[in-house]
Design a protein around this ligand. Structure first.
Ligand SMILES: [Zn+2]
Ligand SMILES: [Zn+2]
Length: 173
């Protein structure tokens, strides 16, 4: 079977242009000298990055291929690009208050710019099992609850009830 080759770079360059045009329209003061050629990265844990560069352009944006595995990846990548573009604004190279304020403005125009975006993929139960630090199971209906944190407070577990059937819960991890 022939594998379909995705033109990552062409796709990203076109999306970058579109997001930049949106930003000009709504007067988000991004840098005027951003490299229009997006770097395609293979980073496994970083969606995108924005680096200061020298010689011609002021900033270069990278986007990882893993973004293409996201559901609705076009929208997802637009949000990643928007995030990186905000970094080109003076005082926004970190996730400062100013950065967050611009992200807020963009939210009014359909952008969801998060400081740390999580994957929008639905996780399998196996993945949830691995990631969760605490797992509760309903004694009656068997529904599982995955938690990253769980208060040590005495009697806390006993005070909880299953959201589905009202049954008591047992901590299995
Ligand atoms: Zn950032
Ligand atoms: Zn239940």
């Amino acid at each position: 079977m022939e594998k379909i080759k995705i033109d990552y770079k062409g796709y990203l360059n076109e999306l970058l242009l579109r997001v930049m045009q949106d930003f000009y329209k709504i007067k988000i003061p991004i840098d005027k000298n951003i490299d229009p050629d997006v770097r395609v990265s293979s980073a496994k844990r970083i969606w995108g990055s924005c680096k200061k560069v020298e010689g011609g352009y002021n900033f270069k944006i990278s986007v990882s291929k893993i973004c293409f595995d996201e559901p609705n990846y076009s929208q997802f990548i637009k949000n990643v690009l928007a995030h990186e573009l905000l970094h080109t604004i003076e005082g926004c190279f970190n996730h400062s208050e100013k950065f967050k304020n611009y992200a807020q403005i963009c939210a009014g125009y359909g952008y969801n710019i998060e400081v740390r975006a999580n994957s929008k993929k639905e996780k399998t139960e196996e993945e949830l099992f691995k990631e969760a630090n605490h797992i509760l199971r309903c004694n009656d209906c068997g529904k599982l609850y995955f938690r990253y944190r769980f208060p040590k407070k005495k009697g806390f577990l006993e005070s909880l009830r299953c959201g589905k059937c009202g049954g008591k819960l047992t901590k299995i991890k």
